[in-house]
Structure formats: structure tokens, C-alpha cells
Design a protein around this ligand. Structure first.
Ligand SMILES: *Cc1c(COP(=O)(O)O)cnc(C)c1O
Length: 422
């Protein structure tokens, strides 16, 4: 299709994320991608600084992942999961149990990150219901979070960032405490404790993004908060949920962010990089106590079952992606990217308009003291041959792990340029 015709049809018919209809911004047309490069229909090429929203950790068209998909397509692309099972899903479940914190032993597969959060919240509520405590039906979280775009995930997303005012009367009203300070602060933990004490009869679970709050503002906090949350959850008889959809699979320098603190949540959500960015899949893991609690209820089943649950194609490529990750020195690679980002983004520090520069693992962030001019910032990055998607007051990157040093330098230069004009 001619690119101009494609753009015209796109504008006429297709919604894009968080966009009006018709769109006000012209998207770039990508015709193919390999390695860290997106090939554009107009012949240009961009180094991807976004890993397609945290997902494409091994880059694009990776031979091992392509082969896994091809091999699985030849057997079966999908079969229903009710009453049937198959090796790709069972193998994946076993691997996930092995690589996540020890006590997580049961896996619920679903189609996306948001749905895995829905399932996690359903697990918390159903667990308490099954034990005869239906009043425990609210979730507690800290501000600044992001947990997805369907309704329950939105209800635990930051009230301002998640546009709760638009949804007043629709969203379940959850309990919010302030955003966690960067450094560990016992006074903050005391406040958490106090809030839980006051609401323990109605709180079913605590849900947070561990160590890195992603789409809610790219903020980092001390892993010691995870230890504190674990203690408070036990003390107040609430379940602890870690949303590792963005942080999982090495991104923060630990395989899972929970590993920074050696803490096991009762429930864990994963997604995004699970399939190496090839197909949409999420999973919710839980400890036996949660599964056993739910099984003891009047309705002893976890009442959820997506049509594409356990999709064999997605499971096969997830197996290949995790195998690839673990067979290499992912920790050394992420540490190398971290060093490159620290070095490459340092010049932004102290510049006019720059509030903060921060790096953790393969995540690099330049925070401005004003909202970015997205069109200008994107254009500046593209002129440097790099794809970035700044938002709010942030110009940031989380490159694929296969990014070579010279491409990483180019990404950093593009972040600086984008932050300059934003
Ligand atoms: C992206 C994200 C989600 C939502 O995942 P989708 O696959 O987009 O539904 C939930 N939680 C976190 C932390 C995320 O980064």
C-alpha cells in the first residue's frame, strides 16, 4: 500500500493509544524491523530506544524467536485451554515458577498485562470471600502507579495520571497513600501501617509496582519498601501483589524487581517482555495459600478463563525468549547498558529545564520541569535516527538488551536532543 494512502486510511479508521479520533499526530509507517532497527516505509531507519514499550528485550526478528514461532505454527497456533492442555504452556508455567521467587507456584495465563492485574485483584478479593471476609474488597496502593487501562487496573493507577475524575462513580474506590520517597523513610512506613490499621477490615490486598513506577512517572524507590510491605501485609492480614509487568525479565538489573529485596509477594503479575515482545500474553502467579484459600470457598474455582488463555504460539515464543535470556549474561548486559546510560545522559544534568536525570538497569530517564512538546521532542529524536516516545515531563529510554555501544550512544544523544527542544 502506498504510504500516503495508508496514513489516510489510518487517520480515517484506526484508534491509536491515548489518541483522539481523528488523530492529530501523524504516525510513522514501519515496514519491517530487525535487531534494534525499525525500517520505515519512506526508506529511513530508526534505532528503537523503547523496546516497543518494555517488551522487545531481544530486539526484532531474532532468529531463535522467529524459529520458535515458525515451529509452533506448524503444530498448532491455538487450541482452547478449557479441558485441554499442551506442552508450550505447561513448560512455560514450570519455567516461570522456577525463575520467580520460590513460593510462587501456580500460574494463571491471560492475554495482556491489564488482564493479569484484573486476575490478581480477583484473586485477592475471592481469597478473602472464600474465607468468609467479603468486606475485605478494597485494594491499597501508593500514588504514582500505573497498572493498566481496564477498569480495576485503572482504579489502582494514580488518581491524577489515571484520570479518575473522568471516571468518578464508575471506578471502585481504592485506598491511596502518598508516593513512596526515593530513599527509605521509616515515617512513610509508619503512615502505611497506620492506614492499614484503620482500614484492615476492608482491605483485601496491597498492589504496587516494585522498585520502579513505570508509566506513572518513571520513578524509582528503595527496595527496602518491599520488605516493609511484606511485613505490613502479614501483620494486617492482606495479600501482597507485585505488578512486575514492566520490571520483569531483567530490566532493573535483577531478574525480577522483587529480587532486589529478596521478597516474595503472594501474587505477581507479568507481561510485556514475557514473549520477548512477539505476542500479547500476561500471567498471574500466586503462592499455594492463595489458591488453597480460593478453593475452600462456596465457589471453589477461580472464575476467569479468557478465550486465548495459554495461547501455544505466545507460550512457545515466551519459552524461547526466556531460554535466550537465561543462556546469556543478561545481568552483565544490563549492567553495561546502565553504565552507558549513566555516562550518556550525564550531560543533561544541571541543564536549564532539566529537573532530574536517573538511571536504573536498562532504564534511563530525563525529567524536565515542564511537560514535553511531544511533536518537537519526537522530531528531534528521529533526526538523530532514534525512536523515542516521550510523555508528560519525561524523555526516557529502555533499549533492547542487544543494543550495541554505538547505538546506545546514539540513543543517549537523541534523548539529550529531545530534552533540549521539549
Ligand atoms: C504496561 C503495564 C500494564 C498493562 O499491560 P497491558 O499489556 O498494556 O495491558 C500493567 N502494569 C504495568 C506496571 C505496566 O507497565
Amino acid at each position: 500500500m502506498d504510504p500516503d494512502e495508508l496514513i489516510a486510511l489510518d487517520r480515517e479508521h484506526v484508534w491509536h493509544p491515548y489518541a483522539p479520533m481523528p488523530a492529530t499526530q501523524r504516525p510513522l509507517v514501519v515496514s519491517s524491523a530487525s535487531g534494534v532497527r525499525l525500517r520505515l516505509a519512506d526508506g529511513g531507519e530508526l534505532v528503537d530506544g523503547m523496546s516497543s514499550w518494555w517488551a522487545a528485550i531481544h530486539g526484532y526478528a531474532h532468529p531463535a524467536l522467529d524459529a520458535a514461532v515458525r515451529e509452533q505454527v506448524g503444530r498448532m497456533s491455538h487450541v482452547m485451554f478449557g479441558g485441554l492442555t499442551h506442552e508450550p504452556a505447561v513448560r512455560l508455567a514450570r519455567t516461570l515458577v522456577d525463575i520467580t521467587p520460590g513460593p510462587l507456584r501456580h500460574v494463571f495465563f491471560c492475554d495482556s498485562g491489564s488482564v493479569s492485574v484484573e486476575v490478581a485483584i480477583k484473586m485477592c478479593l475471592q481469597y478473602h470471600r472464600s474465607l468468609g471476609r467479603p468486606a475485605k474488597r478494597r485494594m491499597l496502593t501508593w500514588r504514582g502507579g500505573y497498572h493498566g487501562d481496564t477498569f480495576h487496573p485503572m482504579s489502582v493507577t494514580d488518581p491524577d495520571g489515571g484520570m479518575h475524575s473522568l471516571w468518578r462513580g464508575v471506578l471502585p474506590e481504592q485506598l491511596f497513600v502518598p508516593m513512596p520517597p526515593v530513599e527509605y523513610d521509616p515515617a512513610y512506613v509508619a503512615e502505611l501501617d497506620e492506614t492499614l490499621r484503620r482500614h484492615r477490615d476492608e482491605v483485601a490486598g496491597i498492589i504496587v509496582e516494585p522498585v520502579v513506577q513505570g508509566a506513572g512517572g518513571m520513578r524509582f524507590h528503595s527496595p527496602r519498601y518491599l520488605n516493609a510491605l511484606r511485613e505490613l501485609a502479614d501483620e494486617h492480614d492482606v495479600l501482597l501483589v507485585f505488578d512486575e509487568i514492566a520490571t520483569g525479565f531483567g530490566r532493573t538489573g535483577a531478574l525480577f524487581a522483587a529480587d532486589h529485596a529478596g521478597v516474595t509477594p503472594d501474587v505477581m503479575c507479568i507481561g510485556k517482555a514475557l514473549t520477548g515482545g512477539y505476542l500479547s500474553m500476561g500471567a498471574t502467579l500466586c503462592v499455594p495459600r492463595v489458591a488453597q484459600g480460593i478453593s475452600r470457598g462456596e465457589t471453589p474455582v477461580l472464575a476467569h478463563g479468557p478465550t486465548f488463555m495459554g495461547n501455544p504460539l505466545a507460550a512457545a515464543v515466551a519459552n524461547a525468549s526466556i531460554e535466550l535470556l537465561l543462556s546469556g549474561d543478561w545481568a552483565g548486559t544490563v549492567t553495561g547498558i546502565e553504565a552507558g546510560l549513566i555516562h550518556g545522559l550525564a550531560p543533561a544534568r544541571g541543564r536549564a529545564g532539566v529537573l532530574d536525570v536517573r538511571v536504573l538497569g536498562a532504564i534511563g530517564v530525563v525529567q524536565l520541569d515542564h511537560d514535553v512538546d511531544m511533536a518537537a521532542a519526537t522530531k528531534a529524536a528521529v533526526e538523530h535516527g532514534v525512536w523515542l516516545r516521550p510523555f508528560r515531563d519525561l524523555v526516557y529510554t529502555m533499549p533492547p538488551y542487544i543494543t550495541a555501544d554505538d547505538d546506545l550512544e546514539r540513543i543517549c544523544a537523541a534523548v539529550l536532543a529531545a530534552a533540549e527542544v521539549a
